[in-house]
Ligand binder design. Structure first.
Ligand SMILES: C=CC1=C(C)c2cc3[nH]c(cc4nc(cc5[nH]c(cc1n2)c(C)c5CCC(=O)O)C(CCC(=O)O)=C4C)c(C)c3C=C
Ligand SMILES: [Fe+2]
Ligand SMILES: [Fe+2]
Length: 337
């Protein structure tokens, strides 16, 4: 402690660089109560549900938060690990590995947009540890207002309340970055080689969005399509038919199509026997990949006559994904380190 400073003086800055990896968020436990708290926060975000709150809140509080948490808690129970929710556990691993790769000049931490650990707590901890410059890294390859923009909004809320602010940069979307496409192509290729069957179809399933957001100018759909096109080229598998789909439809509005569940069933009914599915838009495995795709997707495909099904892992904290993350982060820190 510097002797001329009063005891309540803010910490003396040291010019370090901080990196905050941020993913969506997840409940603290696979229980109805914890899922209700998480969904209440998530689904009250105006970036996520874009209908006027005066109309939406009664539906959310009156119907959705009384029915969905029980069903979702059951789904979470099927994928929960000793280290907690897969999304949080994997994001923590990514941060720990990136810390080792970046060395002491950079401090790496992680946060969740909804639930804990929060973005304000993450930014405050990095700043208190001496990081005057912070790279905020939303772990979403494809930009979407419902994911990327709301992370930046939340950081902005925290900055607005600070007298002494760190300088902030944000990681741009990387849907067409050669480092990302290359990492996916090599990691998915490696996983396909290890399967005991050669798939006729490789389904690339991205998280869905209301179709209206595309008409309003959100680039998400275009980013997903471009990732899929570049990935198909990079994988160079003319023996495999690539199909792009959108999963996790929510509510009565029209969502991006084709829907993953519809295509799984239609492919099996049309005679496809061997299918693998990947979720290139998710940087970490989570409820949507481990339960919706790997468990329910398998049932949808095999119930309709499919025989061999495999859900491939996300990049997670594997070697290909971590090398990509290091490359993206180092590039964005250019001029700072
Ligand atoms: C209006 C509802 C939703 C929109 C819009 C939406 C967009 C969106 N979500 C992700 C990534 C993830 N979503 C996850 C879970 C999840 N998503 C919704 C609803 C919308 N998502 C709900 C209700 C849930 C919770 C689970 C459930 O009850 O079904 C997750 C996994 C979280 C976990 O804990 O594992 C991720 C990741 C993206 C990328 C996206 C828009 C592009
Ligand atoms: Fe979602
Ligand atoms: Fe889902």
């Amino acid at each position: 402690m510097n002797a001329h400073l009063p005891p309540d003086h803010p910490p003396v800055q040291t010019g370090r660089i901080g990196v905050l990896l941020v993913n969506l968020g997840t409940p603290d436990a696979p229980t109805t109560g914890a899922v209700r708290r998480y969904l209440g926060e998530f689904l009250s975000d105006r970036r996520v549900v874009e209908i006027p709150q005066i109309a939406w809140q009664p539906i959310l509080r009156g119907i959705i938060l009384n029915t969905r948490p029980k069903k979702s808690a059951h789904a979470y129970q099927q994928v929960w690990t000793d280290d907690g929710s897969p999304l949080a556990a994997i994001t923590a691993q990514q941060a720990a590995k990136l810390q080792v790769m970046m060395g002491d000049a950079v401090m790496v931490d992680w946060a969740m947009r909804y639930g804990t650990p929060s973005i304000p707590d993450g930014l405050a901890a990095l700043f208190a540890a001496g990081c005057e410059r912070i790279l905020l890294a939303p772990m979403y390859p494809q930009y979407c207002a419902a994911t990327t923009a709301t992370v930046v909004d939340k950081a902005g809320d925290w900055l607005r309340a600070q007298r002494w602010q760190p300088a902030l940069r944000t990681l741009p979307p990387y849907h067409d970055d050669p480092a990302y496409i290359g990492a996916l192509a090599s990691d998915l290729g490696r996983q396909l080689e290890a399967l005991e069957f050669v798939p006729e179809v490789l389904l690339l399933s991205f998280h869905g969005m209301p179709k209206r957001t595309l008409e309003l100018g959100d680039p998400y759909h275009c980013h997903c399509r471009k990732t899929a096109r570049l990935l198909e080229d990079a994988m160079a598998r003319p023996d495999v038919r690539f199909i792009t789909t959108f999963q996790s439809r929510f509510g009565p509005a029209k969502w991006l199509e084709p829907a993953t569940d519809t295509v799984l069933e239609a492919e099996a009914k049309a005679g496809t026997k061997r299918l693998a599915i990947a979720a290139p838009g998710f940087s970490a495995d989570c409820l949507e990949t481990l339960e919706e795709l790997a468990i329910r997707g398998r049932e949808q495909f095999t119930d309709a006559g499919g025989e061999h099904f495999h859900a491939l892992d996300c990049l997670n904290a594997g070697a290909a994904g971590m090398a990509m993350l290091e490359a993206l982060v180092r590039r964005e820190l250019g001029g700072w380190i």
